[in-house]
Ligand binder design. Sequence first.
Ligand SMILES: Cc1cc2nc3c(=O)[nH]c(=O)nc-3n(C[C@H](O)[C@H](O)[C@H](O)COP(=O)(O)O)c2cc1C
Length: 362
Amino acid sequence: MLFDHYTLGPLTLNNRVVMAPMTRSRSSQPGNVPNALMAEYYRQRSDAGLIITEGTPVSPQGRGYSMTPGIYSQDQIAGWRLVTDAVHAAGSKIFTQLWHVGRRSHSSISGHQPMAASAIKVPDQVYGPLPYGGFGMVETDPPKAMSKTDIDNTIADFVQAGKNAIAAGFDGVEIHGAHGYLFDNFMRQASNQRNDEYGGSMENRYRFLLETLSAVAKAIGSDKVGVRLSPHVHEGGTADAEMPQLTLQALRAMAPLNLAYVHFSENIADHDEVPDEFRRQARAIYPGTIMVAGKKTKAIAEDLLQQELVDLVAFGTPYVSNPDYATRLQNDWPITEFDADARLTLYGGDAKGYTDYQQHQL
Ligand SMILES: Cc1cc2nc3c(=O)[nH]c(=O)nc-3n(C[C@H](O)[C@H](O)[C@H](O)COP(=O)(O)O)c2cc1C
């Protein structure tokens, strides 16, 4: 099943293997512009039926990590065109992950005070300029609570980024609603203490995400919009016992939008195991395509597909050191382990540890 074609809206995917979004921080400076090196990296990984790019900030305000490529300037759109052309020429499809980090930022990176549902700081570090020169990990700044105008402006940024993505040749966009970033921050009780229509009830807490999905879908077509969620991953050191329930309720509300897919991120950082019951409920509630990622092996992937609990399976770390990962999986060829050296070259730098991993040699 994993290597069968899959119909994703207007697209035919060569297989059900997806390359998961992975920040690699190789954009050109100044201006955080995608480049030929990035095009080569994604081209090498085109044996995946679908590629989802690294998190791509929709605005300067949405940035949380230096060197991540954006999608809000003409240079960035032109840079991404190199990537989409390369992937399409190699026969695959590519979505870009639209990202606003919310409170996971520092004013030295975004040029603005970070924004969040409520003015509650997350104890975490982000990659940015160091006070004495160079780059490294810096503690996040305390965020400000978003006003209604901030929310409206941010939705407009996502809409513009969606249009820019289409102009850059992407097949669609994935709205990053996972991992404690902006939309996840609104959905969780500990980080959202608002008392307007974006806080309180579950419906209010996913309202911002739903409004953004609807607005982007209206602008570029619902079959070009996916969403990533991580209800079982902890945020800010704690689990939110309501997140699975909130997510199921949000799925019910998303169903009429006819989105391209819903993508669950599992098994990273502190997390709860995903009960099969949750998968069954999600499947029953949500009629569209479901994708899942997080420490999936070929056997787990095939099992989830056979049980019809998911339609697509995304792989992250294996794609770092195996550019031809889908082909290796299909043929049961050996996998190049993701080792300590690979870890050193994850973020920033040049071709080393990025485009110099070899295809399997017959
Ligand atoms: C280097 C690296 C960067 C990542 N960057 C992102 C990102 O930009 N957006 C995102 O949603 N997830 C990101 N992730 C999480 C992956 O998409 C994926 O969910 C995770 O690695 C678990 O899958 P795996 O066990 O197959 O690696 C990143 C993971 C890694 C290893």
